[in-house]
Design a binder for this molecule. Structure first.
Ligand SMILES: Nc1ncnc2c1ncn2[C@@H]1O[C@H](COP(=O)(O)OP(=O)(O)OP(=O)(O)O)[C@@H](O)[C@H]1O
Length: 290
């Protein structure tokens, strides 16, 4: 089990069946190495992403930002294991990502709840899929209740998705992801469909939850303020086709972060301006032909 650690970056012999292992430094809990993604289309291959290199540390909050269609969701899906890259390799905790896994939970913009199940049952389904085989029914129910409490939804546990607001649905989606106790939370514009006030409230709640759970988060967003408020680092993608990382911006603002104070903080303004400059000057969006 405890073999001597090879030098950083050195490949080790493959362990287990087909799981390649690589020695990775702490900053590379998620390690994306030379990833490219092409899609087959009726008009030939479409190069969505090229040459993506990125390491994400345990407990880090990283946002992916870039113009519409640049490849943010494609990159998130690759980390989720919902797609396989055309080129390159993605690792999580030193293991190659070869499909979805409970250590990487995904929260989508459209919450994707089952409408006929209560909030409790929607979360419970995920809990059972991860813990059902090895834990008692009571413990699984406890986990479900704890996740709903974490997002402030204990009172709505028996309601169905059709009976709750958009913000509450996103909270159920978040509870469902958190209940799986993932090491990585992958979020694809989770607050994109919400009004500004609900969105702000959920961002604040997410900051608190992540501080408590110490989750590693990768989040896709279009919102510059959301990116600066939440992130340790902002990954700025160039325009597609063949998008790549144009810049990585480290956001060195102390935590806990309070949006009201930050609004007057010159450092906050500096980060905000850097993202806006990248998006609207260096990567001014040119509509690509469809
Ligand atoms: N399955 C697919 N087949 C063909 N092309 C695809 C496929 N999935 C994505 N694409 C293309 O790859 C590019 C990147 O798409 P992606 O959804 O990752 O962008 P995005 O940055 O998340 O966009 P948005 O911000 O609008 O959600 C787009 O040009 C898209 O049309």
């Amino acid at each position: 089990m405890s073999a001597a650690r090879p030098p950083e970056g050195a490949r080790t012999a493959a362990e287990g069946e087909g799981v390649s292992s690589i020695a990775a430094p702490g900053r590379r809990f998620i390690d994306i190495q030379g990833v490219a993604q092409n899609f087959k289309t009726a008009r030939g291959l479409f190069p969505a992403l090229r040459d993506i290199h990125l390491g994400i540390a345990l407990g880090e909050f990283v946002t992916l930002i870039g113009h519409s269609g640049c490849g943010k969701s494609t990159l998130l899906n690759l980390i989720a294991g919902l797609a396989t890259p055309t080129d390159g390799v993605l690792l999580c905790a030193n293991k190659e990502i070869k499909g979805p896994g409970p250590e990487r939970a995904v929260v989508f913009q459209n919450h994707s709840l089952l409408p006929w199940l209560s909030c409790f049952d929607n979360v419970h389904l995920a809990v059972q899929s991860v813990f059902g085989a090895k834990e008692s029914k009571a413990r699984c129910r406890q986990r479900t209740d704890a996740a709903l409490a974490l997002v402030g939804l204990s009172h709505a546990r028996l309601k169905r998705p059709g009976e709750i607001s958009g913000g509450m649905k996103q909270r159920v989606g978040l509870a469902r992801a958190l209940a799986m106790q993932p090491r990585v939370l992958l979020m694809d514009e989770p607050f994109g469909a919400l009004d500004a006030l609900t969105r702000a409230k959920l961002q604040d709640e997410l900051l608190e939850i992540v501080a408590r759970t110490r989750s590693t988060v990768v989040m896709v967003t279009h919102d510059v303020d959301e990116a600066v408020l939440l992130s340790d680092r902002i990954v700025l993608l160039t325009n597609g086709p063949a998008a790549t990382i144009g810049q990585v911006l480290a956001v060195d603002l102390p935590r806990p972060r309070q949006r009201v104070q930050l609004a007057q903080d010159p450092q906050y303004g500096h980060y905000r301006k850097a993202v806006i400059d990248f998006l609207y000057t260096r990567q001014a969006h040119v509509e690509t032909m469809v």
